[in-house]
Design a binder for this molecule. Structure first.
Ligand code: GLA
Length: 350
């Protein structure tokens, strides 16, 4: 079932909140401002429902959404070094909003624009499609980029996100969603007792400004080894240079892939409530971020102060700063090509 209601307005127009529900008790709220997933209410192993997504109660909170709670990220997820890259001999300078780098699309990225929403019901489930055209030169990126993001909630308790884009000039594109999860419920403390499995034998270490050095480093015998289910808090404080740089995890993991298509990227289990989140994606990487920049100053839903590690993010993506790393999978979309990627968040209990 899907319902649309007014949720305020921004200078570009009215903001609509979509309530998407399925037959097994999951309820997702999403809005056309930033394409933000506002909430995800999911049952636990006793049938008790909680909202597992950090965020705000009202649109006002989201107008100053510094952590990017729930938002669509574009045109380029994560950082581009010094906001610079060269394409076909032309150097481009992007808006720099994370000194000295460009982060998550720039000053006014896809998380802060008003999308056009259309809801639907089909044999896969119910959901909403958000479209947005990013103009040639927006935030420094070349080409008019027509973007479409579709959220579909299925009766199998999966929230599927599909990303599509076409361009009229070659441009880097790397779209993702920036939901912050706490499987015990938003505001229910930190996520350090959650168990994590990541289907990744390597990760991309970073320099002091969180730009990948270009290396693919094996996770074996490091605190980045989540190839078997491991409690996050048991490794996060390890004496490790990469953890020190990021004040926790804020790293791109290179997913193990035998083929292209949708594959399991990770699994997170909260033992008290039994909630399990499985993440499947067509992308080659996943940014595992443990909310290291949260410091209790953001007043979230129900006035909850979100402290450091109050949530984790699993941003499925191509690797950060790919336009400056020829050894990374390419993120350049050419005219005539269609960008397509798909990520599924599958909820269950144990
Ligand atoms: C990503 C980045 C982090 C941080 C968050 C947003 O996860 O990698 O460094 O910027 O987004 O706060």
């Amino acid at each position: 079932m899907i319902r649309k209601q007014a949720f305020g307005a921004v200078p570009e127009g009215p903001v609509d909140l979509y309530t998407i529900t399925n037959s097994s008790g999951i309820e997702v709220h999403a809005m056309n401002y930033g394409g933000i997933i506002v909430s995800m209410r999911v049952p636990d192993n006793k049938g008790m429902t909680a909202d597992v997504a950090l965020g705000f109660d009202t649109l006002d909170g989201y107008l100053n959404n510094k952590p990017y709670f729930g938002a669509i990220i574009g045109r380029y997820g994560n950082r581009i070094a010094n906001g610079k890259f060269t394409l076909d001999g032309t150097e481009y300078q992007l808006a720099r909003n994370d000194s000295p780098n460009s982060l998550h699309g720039g000053i006014k990225g896809f998380d802060k624009v008003l999308w056009h929403g259309e809801h639907f019901g089909n044999n896969q489930g119910v959901g909403v499609t958000f479209t947005y055209t990013s103009k040639d030169g927006e935030e420094g990126y070349p080409g008019n980029l027509e973007t479409k993001v579709t959220y579909t909630l299925t009766d199998e308790n999966a929230l599927q996100i599909e990303y599509e884009a076409v361009t009229d000039k070659a441009t880097p594109v790397n779209l993702t969603n920036h939901s912050y999860f706490n499987l015990a419920g938003e505001g229910a403390g930190n996520i350090l007792k959650h168990q994590l499995m990541l289907n990744a034998e390597r990760f991309t270490p970073v320099d002091g400004t969180l730009i990948p050095t270009g290396e693919f480093r094996p996770v074996a015998r490091t605190p980045f080894d989540y190839t078997k289910p491991t409690t996050i808090g048991s490794q996060i404080d390890a004496d490790n240079k990469q953890l020190a740089i990021a004040h926790g995890y804020d790293h791109n993991f290179v997913l193990n892939r035998k083929r292209s298509g949708l594959e399991l990227a990770g699994r997170i289990h909260e033992l008290k409530t039994g909630r399990v989140l499985k993440v499947y994606t067509t992308e080659p990487g996943i940014q595992f971020y443990t909310g290291n920049f949260l410091d209790g100053t953001v007043a979230g839903k129900h006035g909850h102060a979100y402290d450091k590690h109050a949530a984790f993010c699993v941003e499925t993506q191509h690797f950060p700063d790919s336009p400056n790393h020829p050894n990374f999978p390419s993120t350049i979309l050419m005219p005539g090509q269609t960008y397509y990627s798909r990520t599924v968040y599958k909820f269950s209990t144990e």
